[in-house]
Design a protein around this ligand. Structure first.
Ligand code: PMP
Length: 361
């Protein structure tokens, strides 16, 4: 069976070169006589793997020295709680609600303190990103946003001006899709299962001065979830997801060798713009995200009826095109075009869309 044209929103395509390398090292990692999965996380060989993964990530993202990099578990979802638990020192934060994921994060934060919705685009069915209408209250602990909304296919192309208030961003579905200026954020987190590796790790990049001596909520915070503790233990307070970090490290090298994040950005916009261009002229399919808010990764659209959406998904499978069903909260269709989705997958999808449209016209 040839490799599928995989448009899944995550877990999603991993570069073939990375998979081949991991396969070649499966039974004997560099003369250790075992796979990385079988290796103690306290071994020298493993320490070298996690150190190299962090160093490579720091290079490709140009992460300043005053930021810590943490490899955590519990998915991006656990960070919805970890962020307020660690950072909500005045029990008051602001949230920009641009869709499914920031709404969930906001609801989670409401458990721990006052979480104000500073702007929301729910009234337009999250077809765009909401922007701040007034200056941010400088007494807030942080302002939170999800920079790329995976379900609705929208993205902040410019960051809001939060003055001196730290910006916290869920970058999950645009992490490593393009360069970001890390110094603009107080904290970034991302589930790795889109662009960075297999599911099971969440990367947190946090500015030193936000760590504090103890988490904002004090001793009730699960020890594991304390950012300072995790930073002081090099993400090894307990057993980390060793295999996942190893594969992430390989993906980071693949990105570096493929031209880094500038090259990723160029390739990704080229891919999604071909789809947006098609959708903008199509008489059958409609794009769901407003032009200025469109995502670099997740292209959302629909056919005129749920039945046609379903027929499109079924026909796609016959052409080895998978993962294009929309998220269950929105329905419709979605093509997620992460780094490891090759241009030829876009060729295949576009050819299929045109064929489908011609038979339904
Ligand atoms: N944030 C965003 C932007 C996401 O796309 C997702 C999942 N796709 C999540 C958070 C939740 O991630 P996880 O399943 O890793 O908890």
């Amino acid at each position: 069976m040839p490799r599928a044209f995989n448009f899944s929103a995550g877990p999603s395509a991993i570069p073939e070169e990375v998979l081949r390398e991991a396969a070649a090292e499966m039974l004997d990692y560099k003369g250790s006589g075992m796979s990385v999965m079988e290796m103690s996380h306290r071994s020298q060989a493993y320490q070298a793997i996690i150190d190299d993964a962090e160093a490579t990530l720091r290079r490709i993202m140009a992460i300043p020295d005053n930021y810590r990099v943490l490899f955590m578990q519990g998915g991006a979802t656990l960070q919805f709680a970890a962020v307020p638990m660690n950072l909500m020192r005045g029990r008051h934060a602001g949230y920009l609600v641009s869709g499914n994921w920031s709404k969930k994060a906001w609801l989670e934060a409401c458990k721990y303190g006052q979480a104000d919705v500073l702007a929301s685009s729910e009234d337009t069915s999250f077809d765009r990103v909401p922007t701040l209408a007034s200056p941010v209250d400088q007494g807030l602990d942080y302002v939170y946003l999800c920079q790329n909304e995976t379900v609705y296919g929208t993205m902040y192309h410019d960051l809001p001006d939060t003055g001196g208030v730290p910006l916290v961003a869920d970058l999950s579905s645009m992490f490593l899709s393009c360069p970001v200026d890390v110094s603009r954020y107080g904290l970034i987190f991302a589930g790795v299962q889109k662009n960075a590796g297999p599911a099971g790790n969440t990367i947190v990049i946090v500015r030193d001065d936000l760590l504090g001596d103890v988490p904002a909520l004090g001793d009730v915070v699960p020890t594991y979830m304390g950012y300072r503790l995790q930073a002081s233990k090099g993400s090894m307070y307990n057993t980390p997801n060793t295999w996942g970090i190893y594969l992430c490290g390989k993906v980071f090298h693949w990105i570096e060798e493929s031209g880094g994040l500038v090259a990723m950005r160029e390739r990704n916009w080229k891919k999604v713009n071909r789809l947006y261009d098609y959708l903008d002229q199509s008489a059958l399919f409609s794009p769901l995200a407003q032009g200025p808010s469109r995502s670099i990764a997740n292209v959302t659209f629909r056919a005129p009826s749920p039945e046609l959406d379903a027929a499109f998904v079924a026909g796609a499978a016959e052409r080895n095109i998978v993962g294009i069903k929309g998220h269950r909260v929105l329905g419709g269709l979605r093509a997620s075009c992460y780094n490891a989705v090759p241009a030829k997958a876009i060729d295949a999808l576009l050819a299929y869309m045109a064929d489908f449209e011609s038979t339904r016209a």
